[in-house]
Design a protein around this ligand. Structure first.
Ligand code: ATP
Ligand code: MG
Length: 176
């Protein structure tokens, strides 16, 4: 019997304005790798991989148990990994971001999901498989307020990869 499965991950979406600004700034880096499409720029909180569609209800319930706080995210660092991954990172990860990712991962693990064992690394991937170092330019300084997190369904075909937002959960905004 064929069981339908979906490639899923929890992440923070990027407001369109910031995605557009990052895209423009990224052009100045003259990256030679595979660029992440502008509409796909995001920050992964927990990667689930392929899951039976029947799990969606449980995932909704589990994510609803996570009580996250909103936070301002400042991306002020260009990071280049050994494997040609170029990403934006933050010199000061907000406590609320680390708590959100930690709680989400703990909650999912406790429910039996096997997740990435490595420590959470907050980053926004700009491009993969880069060989050349990015061209020197203005240092990044992007910021926005994270007000919700999202369960995304990732699909890929010849047209490329698309992340479909399935459900979202608000983060508490104590200052508003
Ligand atoms: P593509 O694989 O088509 O190039 P993508 O990597 O953006 O595109 P996915 O592979 O579906 O799309 O990944 C979705 C998100 O989850 C991305 O942020 C990706 O970096 C992250 N991710 C993918 N695989 C893993 C993994 N094994 N562990 C942790 N995070 C992962
Ligand atoms: Mg991938």
């Amino acid at each position: 019997m064929h069981i339908k499965s979906l490639r899923l991950f929890f992440g923070l979406p990027l407001p369109h304005r910031q995605a557009a600004a990052i895209d423009v700034w990224r052009n100045g880096l003259a990256l030679d790798g595979r660029l992440v499409a502008r509409h796909n720029l995001h920050l992964t909180l927990a990667f689930l991989g392929s899951q039976p569609v029947e799990r969606l209800g449980e995932l909704q319930r589990l994510a609803g148990q996570v009580r996250g706080q909103g936070f301002e995210l400042r991306l002020d660092r260009l990071e280049v990994s050994r494997h040609g991954l170029v990403s934006l990172g933050t010199s000061q990860p907000p406590e609320a971001l680390l708590q959100l990712a930690g709680e989400l991962n703990d909650t999912l693990r406790a429910a039996g999901y096997s997740l990435e064992e490595r420590a959470f690394w907050p980053h926004l991937t700009l491009a993969r498989q880069c060989r050349k170092h990015p061209a020197p330019g203005s240092p990044p300084d992007f910021a926005w307020t994270a007000e919700r997190f999202v369960l995304f369904h990732s699909t890929s075909d010849e047209q490329g990869t698309v992340y479909h937002p399935l459900f979202h959960w608000p983060l508490a905004m104590p200052h508003l």
